[in-house]
Design a protein around this ligand. Structure first.
Ligand SMILES: Cc1cc2nc3c(=O)[nH]c(=O)nc-3n(C[C@H](O)[C@H](O)[C@H](O)COP(=O)(O)OP(=O)(O)OC[C@H]3O[C@@H](n4cnc5c(N)ncnc54)[C@H](O)[C@@H]3O)c2cc1C
Length: 436
């Protein structure tokens, strides 16, 4: 069915999912898969899947997290990525490039505990000293010697590399389309160019009196008004990413998330050939996802296009603000990131980005961990804090378990997950400290 014209009468569905990003579509898929006779409808204000922030993502994934919860969310989703690509034959551009944290001694000591915790959970974590790094990544400057500039800039030397092999990169756009395809295959409905403008707040037992629901009435979210008309639903899932507050604030539901711009600069230059084709870390002979010390600069080899993508975590000083169409700032690269980048990787000298774009993180500043919270007739999934791609499968399954009122979700591979841990009321989440 296509909502081409305005609806004259309200549509009815068992589940309405607002937002066709990676979290909306994975949630919709798992709820439909559990019971294919159930009607699950997705509405998306844009014209296709993942066009909000999912497809703007860098597509990096890692199972190295300080908190057990984030480890479980990511590790099981990574296993699902392999299943999608290797068993279900979706080419989601999965490349196990590995994740390399380049660390000064002091930072290594601070992060040692979290890395040890990853090992205890069964994650492989390797370490390289600066001599090994020099051989494996000849373009990297580990020792600044007598050079004054890095000292003035406060840049710290690389003493150690901590490497997670079960980490890498997926093509987020293709991943979202794989969920869309699986969802449609089992009878799911998606309506693009359809914006939910307002959540419907109704009494559970309407009395037909104007002004309902009154404070003394039991009430619930009963669907949404959309740009095409009213859609009534038993459960409404809000998966609107950075736009969640626009629809949840008016009903007084706190989504614990604030939007902040993130930019990606893509480089394709012969000078970067040796860095891009870094050997020894992975089967692709490509630059792993690599975090430089001090400045929060993150790079990865983009195997599909033979380029290097760069992002930077500028936390303090970058405002929280919702933007519909954020733009990359040339100045941010050339007058800012560049100066630190060339100290560690002089091969970037005079190299300009071939392409750049910007999106927004939906940041939970409290514990940097996603939220899945239910209210009457409502489930909210979001606050993915820059890691919604790598945790998407687990979050979709958790939304499904919440909808079923189950205490535990079963993640891909069979591990159990207590769903209330990600909620607000009974949240049990440790501070995430391995954040980029
Ligand atoms: C530059 C950048 C780099 C990133 N890098 C990584 C990374 O390397 N690894 C990683 O795991 N994550 C990364 N992320 C984060 C990741 O992209 C997000 O966590 C993830 O996409 C969130 O998915 P979502 O479905 O919640 O949001 P979105 O993909 O934004 O989906 C929300 C959808 O809801 C729609 N919508 C909103 N309001 C309404 C409404 N009222 N009615 C109908 N539709 C509505 C929007 O149009 C949108 O399509 C990155 C993000 C950015 C911006």
């Amino acid at each position: 069915m296509v909502l081409t014209a305005l609806l004259k009468e309200a549509l009815e569905t068992d589940v309405l999912v607002v937002g066709a990003g990676v979290l909306g579509l994975s949630s919709a898929y798992f709820m439909k898969k559990r019971d294919p006779s159930r009607k699950v409808m997705v509405v998306e204000r844009l014209s296709g899947p993942g066009q909000g922030n999912s497809a703007k993502s860098e597509g990096g994934y890692r199972n190295l997290f300080a908190s057990e919860i984030n480890y479980l969310l990511a590790d099981s989703s990574i296993d699902w990525f392999h299943h999608l690509q290797e068993d279900l034959n979706y080419d989601i551009g999965l490349h196990e490039l590995g994740y390399l944290w380049l660390l000064p001694e002091e930072e290594y000591q601070q992060r040692r505990g979290p890395f040890e915790a990853c090992r205890r959970r069964g994650a492989r974590v390797l370490e390289y000293d600066s001599e090994e790094l020099k051989t494996m990544m000849p373009d990297l400057v580990t020792d600044f010697g007598e050079s004054e500039e890095p000292e003035i800039m406060g840049l710290e030397q690389v003493e150690l590399g901590v490497f997670g092999p079960k980490c890498g990169s997926v093509d987020a756009d293709r991943l979202v389309k794989a969920y869309e395809s699986e969802f449609l295959k089992i009878g799911g409905e998606i309506h693009y160019n359809t914006e939910a403008t307002k959540l419907i707040h109704d009494p559970v037992e309407p009395l037909g009196i104007p002004g309902e629901p009154f404070v003394w009435q039991e009430s619930r979210i009963a669907g949404a008004e959309t740009s095409k008309g009213k859609i009534l639903a038993e459960t409404t899932v809000v998966a609107c990413g950075v736009w969640a507050a626009k629809i949840l604030d008016p009903i007084g539901f706190d989504c614990l998330m604030r939007p902040k711009k993130r930019q990606i600069f893509a480089f394709k230059d012969p000078k970067l050939g040796r860095l891009l084709n870094t050997h020894d870390f992975n089967d692709d002979n490509s630059l792993p996802v690599t975090v430089l010390p001090t400045a929060g600069i993150l790079l990865k080899g983009e195997v599909s296009e033979g380029s290097i993508w760069l992002a930077c975590a500028d936390n303090l000083g970058r405002k929280f603000e919702l933007e519909d169409d954020p733009q990359p700032e040339d100045d941010y690269y050339s007058n800012n990131i560049y100066h630190a980048l060339v100290q560690y990787l002089p091969c970037f000298q005079d190299v300009r980005p071939a392409n750049s774009w910007a999106g927004q993180y939906d940041i939970n500043g409290f514990d940097q961990t996603p939220v899945v919270e239910a209210g009457p007739g409502l489930i909210y999934v979001g606050a993915s804090s820059g890691s919604g791609i790598m945790k998407c499968d687990a979050l979709g399954r958790i939304v499904d378990a919440v909808n079923e009122e189950k205490e535990y979700a079963t993640l891909y591979g069979g591990r159990g997950f207590k769903v209330s841990d990600l909620g607000i009321a009974k949240r049990q989440v440790e501070q995430e400290t391995l954040v980029v």
